[in-house]
Write a protein of this length. Structure first.
Length: 128
């Protein structure tokens, strides 16, 4: 098996594989945020495709000793600025991974006030 760059003539086959095997929307192969687009090929047959896309992760560090109102205002301003800067460079989503004792209440705030939604599938991370 070899891995090689995805070529225009591969897209029809990759689309067909995707339709049979995935609930997620088909990626836009022309989107410049997909910085890696490869196919795995065996005996001249595409077995699969792999794409890697740039994305963003919101990391908020808040002083829990400060007033709740001030923390809320900081979150709002930091997210507003982050969203604006992401849009400026063409990134269309922000991920946030929550931990700690306020995880669920903070998730509710991010959903209700800022429009965050649960991820589809199971979010996983590969660190190397």
């Amino acid at each position: 098996m070899i891995v090689r760059p995805l070529m225009a003539e591969d897209i029809t086959k990759v689309r067909s594989i995707h339709e049979r095997s995935s609930d997620f929307p088909l990626p836009d192969f022309c989107d410049s945020h997909y910085v890696i687009k490869e196919v795995a090929v065996k005996n001249d047959k595409i077995i699969g495709a792999g794409l890697l896309r740039t994305t963003s992760e919101a990391v908020l560090i808040l002083d829990l000793d400060e007033a709740r109102f001030d923390r809320a205002q900081a979150i709002e301003e930091l997210l507003r600025t982050g969203i604006w800067k992401c849009q400026k460079i063409g990134i269309d989503e922000i991920h946030s991974f929550l931990t700690g004792e306020i995880t669920y209440s903070f998730a509710d705030v991010l959903k209700r006030k800022f429009g965050f939604v649960n991820c589809e599938g199971i979010p996983l991370t590969l660190r190397f």
